[in-house]
Design a protein around this ligand. Structure first.
Ligand code: URP
Ligand code: ZN
Ligand code: ZN
Length: 626
């Protein structure tokens, strides 16, 4: 079968004042002995700097003995974080983890979560969440500690499954709101698992990853009177009671959870001992990188909950597909990397710290019996584990880039619109969807549908408001120009001003409806802008460009009025005078204008002016030739 892929590890990770004691060499040795040939490690930002974190993890990975990828944690929000996320997707990181817990350290709030999910969607990356309500956890820890419970059992008591369920539901709803997929890491409770199942039933793209410890262990271990034993099991979210384990196994067997990782984050007993008198500072994390394949086989295949092909799916193929490295990884096939294991289902063995290859001095699976064993591991064509012997080479592991826009994004844009997606209501008359919303909540059940008025269409309304404003601006511009021309006309003569005015009004009768349509279209194209805001912008825009508009529109009207013979000289003079004398006004005004109005509009506006100007120049050269 294909080598295992562990989608969730923490090697050499600084965390809670300690550094996990497996590095990229000891962790990889352990992985290979357990049949895992690739893992995806969580890189952490350094002082919230993602690229600095990336550099740091590159150095750690120089010791690698198996292939690896990276997720990156996002622990704050800024333009730089957003830009660094893009840079990282270019470098082969297609997943970002957001911690909803670890208040005061890694935790992000809902606003940051929304920004992060949105950015992931733009980049085609997978947003991942550690789902626990961090505020409630902090309060729970305080309450339990103040009640006098200071040992490892306080860890389980202070962060109940409801807090995991709440955060899972919240993350799912926020992802739904943004329209991004979601990957929930280390699902430890029935509450979280059920939220994921419900979301998937609704058609949402949510992945649930559980971990080896969640499906095989129970919380009673944290009540062990020996602190050294009990502290080993402290991880977050906590290992739950037996019912949760059973629910998770059933969900994994039934396809309601998609894959199994480990959350391998190991601290030896001296590191765990810092929390001897306060469970809140016991470094969180358990082992599993070496044990995962055996534990999943024992719990799921030997119990009849999973078939061997489904075992391959949850331990290898699903991770390769989700993180977009399939079929290079996750399958035994021609052209794929030769990551292969031989699994003997008849070999019985017992897991123990004495036999494991991790740098850890304890093992949460101490004494755990398994029927079925990885007897051979081949990593990219090299025989690295056979007959109980490891042949691991430092530096032989390769970084496997995980490209963005993997299968979780396939066809995502064709899915029915998401909750509150503005486009969902585009073109739907406002009163109609108000009615729909009310009748669906039951408040207006049985009431007659409301009459549709023309002005109920928000886009048309916006077109009418902004069009009227711009029309008023144009009329004003025309009147001002006429007045100026009248004054000049009295000295230089030559214009039939009354006729030009009549023709101008006639022109505006066409120009007005055109404006209604044009601004209505613009408002529809930029649905995020509110109607009053859009109308204000358009009015300001008209004002800013007034000097240019005045010259162009007035000259156009003069042309319509049959003053063509006299126009060129005067047009040039008037136009240039307006442009030159008005520069103090229109240069800053146009600059402001460019900040106000969407680029497409600017381009169209300028090209219209350009067309008129070109028409004038060709007319002028024709007149000169005459
Ligand atoms: O207890 C855990 N899970 N430690 C590692 C950090 C994390 O939350 O994944
Ligand atoms: Zn976590
Ligand atoms: Zn983790």
């Amino acid at each position: 079968m294909p080598g295992g892929i562990d989608p969730h590890t923490h090697l050499s990770m600084p965390f809670m004042g300690q550094v996990t004691c497996d590095d990229f060499f000891t962790g990889h040795a352990a992985a290979l002995a357990g049949g895992t040939t690739m893992h995806i490690d969580f890189a952490l930002p350094v002082n919230h700097d993602l690229l600095a974190g990336w550099e740091e993890w590159q150095k750690k990975a120089e010791a690698a003995a198996i292939d690896y990828g990276f997720h990156m944690a996002v622990t704050s929000w800024s333009d730089k974080v957003a830009a660094d996320m893009a840079a990282l997707t270019q470098r082969g990181v297609n997943s970002f983890k957001f911690f909803m817990a670890y208040k005061g350290a890694l935790m992000v709030n809902d606003e940051q979560l929304l920004q992060g999910f949105r950015r992931c969607k733009e980049l085609g990356a997978v947003p991942q969440v550690h789902a626990e309500n961090g505020d409630a956890v902090a309060e729970g820890q305080q309450r339990v500690f103040e009640a006098g419970i200071t040992g490892p059992e306080g860890h389980a008591l202070s962060r109940p499954p409801e807090l995991e369920g709440e955060a899972t539901a919240r993350a799912i709803r926020l992802a739904e709101f943004v329209g991004s997929p979601l990957y929930v890491v280390h699902v430890m409770s029935r509450e979280a698992q059920q939220e994921i199942a419900r979301a998937r039933q609704r058609g949402q793209r949510v992945i649930g990853e559980t971990v080896a410890s969640a499906i095989s262990m129970d919380e009673s271990r944290m009540w062990d009177p020996d602190f050294k034993v009990a502290a080993q099991y402290v991880m977050s979210p906590p290992i739950r009671n037996k019912e949760h384990g059973a629910a998770l196994r059933a969900a994994l067997g039934g396809g309601l959870l998609q894959l199994v990782g480990t959350d391998h984050a190991v601290f030896n007993s001296s590191q765990k001992a810092v929390g001897r008198h306060d469970f809140r500072i016991i470094p969180n994390g358990v082992n599993g990188l070496e044990e995962r394949m055996h534990v999943v086989w024992q719990e799921m295949v030997n119990s009849g909950l999973l078939s061997p092909p489904d075992f391959v799916r949850v331990t290898s193929t699903a991770a390769a597909q989700i993180f977009n490295v399939y079929p290079r990884k996750g399958v035994v096939a021609e052209g794929s990397d030769a990551d292969v294991i031989i699994f003997d289902p008849a070999v019985r063995h017992t897991l123990s710290a004495k036999a494991h290859h991790s740098a850890m001095d304890t093992n949460i699976y101490e004494g755990y019996e398994v029927t079925g064993k990885v007897v051979t591991t081949v990593s990219r064509g090299r025989l690295v584990w056979h007959d109980g012997k490891l042949n691991v080479t430092r530096g032989s592991g390769r970084f496997v880039p995980t490209p963005p826009f993997g299968p979780l994004y396939d066809g995502l844009e064709r899915r029915p619109p998401y909750l509150l997606d503005v486009a969902r209501y585009g073109g739907v008359p406002q009163r109609q969807h108000r009615h729909r919303a009310r009748s669906s909540s039951g408040a207006a059940a049985g009431s007659a549908p409301q009459q549709q008025g023309l002005l109920d269409n928000p886009w048309l309304k916006s077109g009418l408001i902004s069009g009227s404003l711009s029309l008023a601006g144009d009329v004003l511009a025309q009147l001002l120009t006429l007045r100026g021309q009248q004054q000049q006309g009295s000295s230089s003569g030559g214009y039939d001003v009354a006729r030009a005015a009549r023709m101008g009004t006639f022109g505006l009768l066409f120009y007005g409806p055109y404006q209604y349509w044009w601004y209505g279209l613009l408002a529809r194209t930029f649905p995020g802008t509110s109607i009053p805001m859009f109308a204000t912008k358009v009015a300001l825009n008209q004002l800013c460009l007034a000097p240019i508009t005045i010259s162009v529109v007035f000259s156009w009207n003069m042309a319509l009025a049959g003053q063509l013979d006299q126009l060129p000289d005067k047009f040039r003079r008037d136009f240039l005078r307006t442009m030159v004398n008005g520069w103090r006004f229109w240069v800053p005004a146009a600059t402001i204008n460019f900040k106000l109005v969407p680029l497409q509009y600017q381009v169209l506006y300028m090209s219209t002016c350009g067309m008129l100007w070109t028409a004038y120049l060709s007319y002028q050269s024709a007149a000169q030739a005459k």
